[in-house]
Design a binder for this molecule. Sequence first.
Ligand code: SAM
Length: 245
Amino acid sequence: MTKKGKPGGPSGPDGGRRQLKVKVKTARKRSVSSARWLERQLNDPYVKAAKDEGMRSRAAYKLKEIDDKYRLLKPGMRVVDLGAAPGGWSQIAAEKVGAVSGEGQVIGIDYLDVEPLPGVTLLKLDFTDETAEAQLKALLRGGGADLVLSDMAAPTVGHTRTDHLRIMALAEAAAHFAVDVLAPGGAFLCKVFQGGTERDLLDLLKQSFSVVRHVKPPASRSDSAELYVLATGFKGRRQDGISSE
Ligand SMILES: C[S@@+](CC[C@H](N)C(=O)[O-])C[C@H]1O[C@@H](n2cnc3c(N)ncnc32)[C@H](O)[C@@H]1O
């Protein structure tokens, strides 16, 4: 590993102030792509912030930034976090809704283990399991939620079309669950893929929510195809023919 100054470094326009950047060399057992990944991690301010602030994930800052802008999380809310591991979004949600004091409620689900988080109820289960939605509902106070979050992503296979289809299938399942479980006025935030949300999914959301928009928080890497769809102002079920079926 070597260190170098950023462009315009020692003799540059910033008057010699150096910002050290970690550079990773490929070792015999490290491929170019893994060296590149490691270098990006080591120089990523969000990775550093997550470490310094005790956040479970870099992804936590995506929810934080979206919430800073759209004010989704409020004290007392019931939140479901789909694809919760390692727990960053649940952590942010629990803090904002007051889940530790029991004021609000956060339920996270993932097929991977999530280390226990104060105030968060965790379900280790595949969301596409046929019992998952009923189990989540049974855990929710009053059976309903005020906010459904989904950062679910299946492991990518590197084939763009396949990866897109898999992530959109998860987004669609999450949206149907949201329409089924949200209380009127509730909101849904879900990871999708660049190129936007599929027509059917967008139609369901537009029919069921007052406002539907795509958001890309600064913490979401600009070179990533990741995007979020944010639907707010849930209109309620079976009203004007709205149904998730
Ligand atoms: C990007 S990570 C979520 C990061 C999380 N928001 C955080 O801040 O820590 C995506 C997660 O979705 C989970 N996931 C993908 N498909 C799932 C499924 N069918 N059921 C449950 N979890 C799933 C993965 O296991 C993974 O942990």
